[in-house]
Design a binder for this molecule. Sequence first.
Ligand SMILES: [Fe+2]
Length: 231
Amino acid sequence: MLMGLFDRSIKVSDSSVLDGRVDWHCHILPGVDDGFKKLDDSLAALLRYEQVGFKEVWLTPHIMEDIPNRTSALKERFVELGLAYKGQLRLHLASENMMDALFEQRLEDGDLLPLKDKRLLVETSYFNPPYGMDDILKRIKSKGFFPLLAHPERYMYMNNKRYEELKGMDIEFQLNITALIGAYGPEVKSKAEHLLQAGMYEYSGTDLHRLSSLEHLLDAHLKKKLIKLIP
Ligand SMILES: [Fe+2]
């Protein structure tokens, strides 16, 4: 019986899930949000990323009213990190944008840090949608960007009907891989499994705030059938 169990799951560090992977969402840029604080810790994390197979990392610090990072300051910090980092990973700068009033202003000003191909990583509160969420998503598109919703599995107010609606509006979804190992609790885990099996995710990321979360991921077991589906 145990044999069967192990047959269907594999330790993440023994799998090839991270080989050649792009992390589309992390908070490794140091000293700019609730993620990494010190440059040395960021460099250690990037070294570890390389060891476990990643090839490319998008650094996506928060921009929100509570953490009103300026685009220019983030670019400067990114240059500093790039000068200190001597490894092989390809590093890029983008941002994770809370859809609040500050975001509306930055969108109006065109003062944004998108991911590849004008994808804009956006998030909401875990508890409530922003007022007029669909209008905000439409405005993003009207400015020529493509909204990529960060960790949809984490929004407690979203149900299957809402996920379907967003997909109907051509909104792309980004999975937090650690949701699959229960890092945010059983409900988020089951939502992530459902969305993954329904083929609703286009991108994935770690949303890493500290290195220990990556080590937890590496030590955890994942179902092989789910690993195959991670975009
Ligand atoms: Fe994040």
